[in-house]
Design a protein around this ligand. Structure first.
Ligand code: 8X3
Length: 260
């Protein structure tokens, strides 16, 4: 028997698009009350309307830049004041920037943004919400990892490092939270067709399109389904880790592309 989200509050970071957006919708359909954040609040308006339609209640939505401590503090305070409790934290905000090799040409600003968002941002949200998750009596942290956290590849040096870090943080939290009513899960997808590659290639849409050419990648709903599954297990069931890839992807750089 699975546990529905009835009255449980789920926070989703990076919720304006892609996996975050689909996860918020999926959790709302499963009965959760939603608190959604993204760097630009105006980009949340379509999601807010959709969530209100599904749940019959206006969700909590606010600007959230996980790289900015003051923004994280204000967001967390806002959620707690609004709902009075937090049960689920989906640490989705994250990105890849560039495919630089670690050599003299690498863009160090890209490194800093990736480390600040994917690692420190996840830590900031987790640190602030752990007390509320414990207090809820039925808490759950769901981290968005990646197959890039299992297999390093050329051109992914820093992105892969951030996702290896997410795996390490998830593992440490699993041990630190043992004995407390907080589950911890990492969901680790391979290639997913979202804005991910457009962001990675700094807005170069044709280069981004090539990533998915001739194959059927995962989409954001495929990943959201796994997150919702993990979040709706009974309170004693901890899904430690799920790794999912398109049937057309066997490893970081091994694809079955039509016509090749
Ligand atoms: C995304 C998977 O292969 O682009 O996290 O690094 S990959």
């Amino acid at each position: 028997m699975s546990l529905t989200g009835t009255n449980r509050v789920a926070v989703v970071t990076g919720a304006s698009a892609g996996i975050g957006y689909s996860t918020a919708i999926g959790l709302a359909r499963a009965g959760f009350r939603l608190a959604v954040g993204a760097r630009r609040e105006d980009k949340l308006s379509a999601l807010v309307d959709e969530l209100a339609r599904i749940t019959g209640e206006k969700p909590f939505a606010a600007p959230l830049d996980v790289t900015d401590k003051a923004s994280v503090d204000a967001f967390v305070q806002g959620v707690v004041e609004h709902y009075g409790q937090v049960n689920v934290l989906v640490n989705n905000a994250g990105k890849a920037l560039g495919v630089d090799y670690i050599d003299e040409r690498a863009n160090e600003e890209d490194w800093e943004v990736m480390l600040d968002t994917n690692v420190l941002g996840l830590l900031r949200m987790t640190k602030r919400l752990v007390p509320y998750l414990v207090e809820s009596g039925d808490g759950h942290i769901i981290n968005l990892g990646s197959t890039a956290g299992h297999e390093a590849y050329a051109g992914g040096g820093v992105y892969c490092a951030t996702k290896f870090a997410v795996r390490a943080i998830t593992g440490s939290l699993r041990q630190e939270l043992l004995g407390k009513p907080v589950r911890i899960t990492s969901i680790d997808p391979g290639m997913v067709e979202t804005e991910f590659s457009v962001v990675r290639y700094h807005g170069d849409t044709s280069r981004a399109a090539q990533v998915y050419e001739g194959l059927r990648p995962l989409n954001s709903e495929d990943v959201a389904d796994c997150i919702v599954f993990a979040a709706t297990r009974p309170a004693h069931v901890n899904i430690d880790n799920m790794i999912l890839k398109s049937i057309d992807q066997a490893a970081a750089k091994r694809f079955a592309r039509k016509g090749q």
